[in-house]
Design a protein around this ligand. Structure first.
Ligand SMILES: Nc1ncnc2c1ncn2[C@@H]1O[C@H](COP(=O)(O)OP(=O)(O)OP(=O)(O)O)[C@@H](O)[C@H]1O
Length: 275
């Protein structure tokens, strides 16, 4: 099937997919006066449709603060966020709840985001309310489809309590829950850092496969530039609240321009050897 001219234009602005999210001059200051911390300092970037972008930086560089602003869990001190051309910087109430259907998150510790008193079935059914599934059958089909997408079967997990699942299963259930809502943007904040290496690769593959199936943009947040290299189209490098470098993954990894990026790369022996 060939795309219409309009679709092609839509997907190709300056050789990159059309922007889904645009952050302009985002700044977040915590505290006042001498003790004020500029956690995020004048950061601008765009996320294209179906792009996988990673924000990488050391602990304290401002990644999570930036992610929380994109998720609209935290107000910026200044700057703007647009989703599909709509200004979402100051959304409140119902409009904000609608935004949270479009922009979903998966966090580092799936155990802490799980309600310990809910089985997986109950957890996923509660989220169904947001999906617009009108019948039980349609809802069950959505759940089964999302579980299948993350490599789980309903029989394996639906009647389990959180403590009866492995860390990898818990994280995959949380991803399935996010996928059920068909988000346009999924923010994964250190979502794989508690998993062992093979499981981490598996979850990263699950997520990146889902971007096409669900027409979804993915923003990874990590301190691990090796992971950024493995999954991303583009990498944004943060240092002390500022974006010091951004570009296609190959350019940033193999021709880093900023000393800080070189330092991050030096901590990844295998990558460094290749470069
Ligand atoms: N609620 C807050 N109040 C005051 N300072 C904060 C708050 N949240 C974050 N900070 C500060 O902002 C800076 C950036 O923190 P942030 O958590 O965004 O970094 P990070 O790159 O995500 O780090 P990590 O990888 O360790 O999670 C740090 O100096 C942190 O101490």
């Amino acid at each position: 099937m060939t795309a219409s001219k309009e679709e092609v234009l839509d997907r190709q602005v300056d050789g990159r997919p059309a922007p889904l999210l645009e952050a302009r001059h985002l700044t977040r200051v915590f505290g006042h006066g001498k003790t004020a911390v500029r956690a995020v300092d004048d950061v601008s970037f765009t996320l294209g449709r179906q792009e996988v972008v990673t924000i990488v930086g050391e602990s304290g560089s401002g990644k999570s603060t930036l992610a929380r602003m994109v998720l609209r869990l935290l107000d910026p001190t200044s700057g703007t966020i647009h989703l599909d051309g709509r200004d979402v910087t100051r959304l409140r109430g119902k409009a904000l709840r609608t935004y949270w259907q479009e922009v979903q998150a998966v966090f580092q510790d799936p155990f802490s985001s799980f309600n310990q008193f809910f089985t997986v079935r109950r957890l996923l059914r509660r989220s169904l309310r947001l999906t617009g599934a009108t019948t039980d059958e349609a809802g069950e089909a959505l759940i089964a489809q999302a579980l299948e997408h993350v490599g789980l079967t309903p029989a394996e997990v639906l009647d389990k309590w959180p403590h009866q699942l492995s860390g990898g299963q818990r994280q995959r259930v949380m991803i399935a829950r996010a996928l059920m809502l068909r988000p346009r943007l999924l923010v994964a904040d250190e979502a794989t850092s508690m998993l062992d290496a093979s499981l981490r690769a598996n979850i990263l593959n699950v997520l990146t496969d889902a971007r096409q199936a669900y027409d979804m943009t993915i923003l990874f947040i990590t301190h691990d530039i090796g992971q950024a290299c493995y999954v991303s189209d583009r990498v944004l490098v943060m240092c002390q609240g500022k974006l010091v470098e951004q570009g296609p993954v190959d350019e940033v990894i193999f021709s880093p321009r900023h000393d800080y990026t070189r330092r991050l790369l030096a901590d990844v022996p295998r990558l460094h050897a290749v470069s």
